[in-house]
Design a protein around this ligand. Structure first.
Ligand code: FE2
Length: 304
């Protein structure tokens, strides 16, 4: 056996991992180890810094519950989630609406609503109508597409942060013309949860934890690539420095006070037309873009 050195250890590890039968796992973890070692060498990682990293990741894991996904927050604040979405958009077989972050607050447990129904239990402030069309990449309307929305309530929190009952989230279905119609309350810009290890990290970096006001969308139709995106409200102070890098220019919208074309009059409104790319064979083979993060902690608990 040759002696381990700083120079040869990466190759020795990769050699031992080369027996991995799953080709994709072998590729992903091989590259990961290569870059992890390179990073440790570049910064000359010390044992105490290595322990500090272990301590941090331990705290991130311990903070995760059915209603809190600290790892997604970590990925989001490091720009990894945004990077994954940017790369995912490039692999679409057709040009469609830009994606944005799923975030930690999507839940499968979402009530269904009829077109035009209000998803917020309390609307003391501005009522907002969201409407528009879901079409394919060539403008053909998609009837019966599922449009799932979720956003902050007027208190600036997602329902799962303060109660068990779903609120300000709903599933709608497009009509024969591909049109959707949703009534909600104006979303509120919010701070990501700062009372955990990721918040401590963000604070230690001199960053704020704010996200601009936005509404999440997950849109699906059979044979089309699932679209996970969000609309960001123009004029929010944090459009340009979102702590999780979710904003894209194409996704910034104005809340219009008097839109004569809006199907519901007397409320402010946002019109946005979404387009979906045909699903490629690879899309059909791969997992969902939008999946309930609570399933991860539930599966982990069940395995114990
Ligand atoms: Fe959000």
């Amino acid at each position: 056996m040759s002696e381990l050195t700083v120079e040869n250890i990466t190759d020795v590890v990769l050699q031992q991992m080369s027996t991995t039968p799953n080709a994709r796992q072998k590729e992903v973890l091989g590259v990961f180890v290569k870059h992890l070692h390179a990073a440790a060498k570049e910064v000359r990682l010390t044992p105490s810094e290595w322990l500090m990293g272990i301590d941090f990741l331990t705290k991130v894991g311990q903070k995760c519950t059915d209603t809190r996904q600290e790892f997604i927050l970590l990925s989001d604040t490091m720009g990894l989630s945004a990077l994954v979405h940017l790369m995912h958009d490039k692999t679409a077989v057709e040009h469609a609406t830009t994606t944005s972050l799923l975030g930690p607050f999507f839940r499968e447990n979402t009530p269904r609503y009829k077109a035009g129904e209000q998803i917020a239990k309390s609307v003391k402030g501005k009522e907002v109508v969201l409407y528009g069309r879901v079409s394919d990449a060539h403008g053909k309307p998609l009837a019966n597409a599922e449009v799932t929305v979720w956003q902050t309530a007027e208190n600036g929190l997602y329902d799962i942060q303060y109660q068990d009952d779903p609120d300000v989230r709903g599933i709608f279905t497009t009509d024969a013309n591909g049109d959707y119609l949703i009534r909600t309350t104006a979303p509120v810009g919010y701070s990501i949860p700062m009372d955990g290890p990721v918040g401590d990290l963000v604070t230690s970096q001199g960053r704020h934890g704010m996200r601009p006001a936005h509404i999440h969308f997950l849109i699906s139709s059979p044979d089309y690539r699932e679209l996970v995106t969000a609309l960001y409200i123009d004029g929010d102070a944090h459009i340009a420095d979102d702590v999780v890098f979710g904003v894209a220019g194409e996704l910034v919208v104005k809340i219009v006070d008097h839109d004569p074309a809006c199907p519901i009059q007397g409320a402010s409104s946002v019109r946005y037309d979404f387009s979906l790319s045909k699903a490629s064979e690879a899309d059909k083979m791969s997992g969902r873009v939008g999946a309930d993060p609570a399933a991860i902690t539930k599966a982990a608990a069940a395995a114990e």
